[in-house]
Write a protein that binds this ligand. Structure first.
Ligand code: ZN
Length: 140
């Protein structure tokens, strides 16, 4: 048995889209999800729309510049599921633990994400091709 504390839940599922204004109505009007709001995340050159689903969220991501990771993703793979975010309350400790275990990290130190959260990505080469985000809720 592992003594590692499990992440508390799926914080959100990130979906890369070309155009938020064309995508959000599908989720709100046709699926009936509640739009929590929009936010621009400067560090990632993305604009996100958060939709609530139960106690978790769907995060729609639109690139705000051509060198955004989201524009590169869409160029290579098209629109679709981009990442899965796991909610943790110990991202710094977890990153150093994972690094010691040989897990390839994209972010060795958490950075500022949406809603004042701290986020860090694990490299898909170490996670069976899934881009995993560790997401730690901010103080606010
Ligand atoms: Zn995310």
């Amino acid at each position: 048995m592992s003594s590692v504390k499990p992440p508390s839940q799926i914080a959100h599922i990130g979906i890369a889209v070309k155009d938020l204004s064309r995508t959000v109505p599908f989720y709100t009007e046709l699926l009936g999800l509640h739009l929590v709001g929009y936010e621009t995340v400067e560090s990632e050159n993305v604009r996100v729309a958060f939709l609530q689903i139960g106690s978790t969220h769907i995060e729609l991501l639109e690139a705000t510049s051509t060198d955004s990771p989201i524009s590169r993703f869409i160029e290579q793979k098209g629109e679709g599921i981009h990442h899965i975010a796991l909610e943790v309350d110990d991202s710094v400790e977890r990153l150093s633990f994972l690094k010691k275990q040989g897990v390839k990290l994209i972010d060795e130190v958490p950075k500022q994400g949406a809603h004042g959260s701290l986020v860090a990505f694990l490299h898909p080469k170490s996670t069976n091709g899934v881009l995993l985000e560790l997401c730690q809720r901010g103080a606010r």
